[in-house]
Design a binder for this molecule. Sequence first.
Ligand SMILES: Nc1ncnc2c1ncn2[C@@H]1O[C@H](COP(=O)(O)OP(=O)(O)O)[C@@H](O)[C@H]1O
Ligand SMILES: [Mg+2]
Ligand SMILES: [Zn+2]
Length: 258
Amino acid sequence: MAKRLGELIQQFAERIPAGTAVPRRAEPEQCPICGGAGWLRMDAHVGDPNFGRLIMCTCLMQEVDERKQMEMREKSNSDGYANLTFENFNAGSSPSVREAYTAAVGFAEQPNQNWLLLSGSVGTGKTHLAAAVLNASLARGVDAIIWTVPDLLDYLREAFNPTSVITYDQRFEDIRRIPLLILDDLGTESATPWAKEKLYQLFNHRYNAQLPTVVTTNQDLETIDFRIRSRLQDRSLVRHVKMSAPDFRPRKRAEPPV
Ligand SMILES: Nc1ncnc2c1ncn2[C@@H]1O[C@H](COP(=O)(O)OP(=O)(O)O)[C@@H](O)[C@H]1O
Ligand SMILES: [Mg+2]
Ligand SMILES: [Zn+2]
């Protein structure tokens, strides 16, 4: 335990460039270890390579971790999906929509070792159902996140920026292992070799580990990278519902006022 903690502190200390000002939250004096400073000077003799070296206190590590989480949630725009629930979804618009609704409700209740793939044209309610799975899961205390695939790739790319405190590996790792990952709009990302490789790595990891994953796409599966497609087509893991329904959006707007 002590060793692991030491390693963690070391990792964090290396990630934060020396001299980086880290704003503290209120009541920092509550920390009994560092007294609120956030940093501890290593107890080493003059001449020791660790002499004078600052290491991050666990209280600040936790804070950095929380902020990293918050930043990830902000970038993924989870808020934009908050109002899309099973309650305000009309499951009766077509048989395939009903099937998708039932599958999504079932998935949200029991996502164990299972993937859900919703495909279909624009406006059939794929994003709505994916977001409903997110919100129901969050309400049950399952750590879940939704990303549109292009935004996710941007978020990962950003970590290569030299000013980024959080490394690419860390971001990728956080997303790879999140208990429930929801990927909206697969196939709309730009297919650079880098993006293809990262997406494949992500899918492959979650496939091998059988981690709960929801994917939506309005693309023909044939157009998707065959390595990803072959995983999406594994029926022992993936429940695939092809949704067909009139586009909900224009119909809604076109309704004349009564
Ligand atoms: N069955 C439905 N019941 C209620 N609202 C729906 C339904 N299907 C779609 N919508 C609404 O229509 C809009 C488009 O749906 P969306 O889920 O974004 O479609 P898709 O992701 O398949 O393109 C959203 O505002 C969504 O909330
Ligand atoms: Mg959508
Ligand atoms: Zn502290």
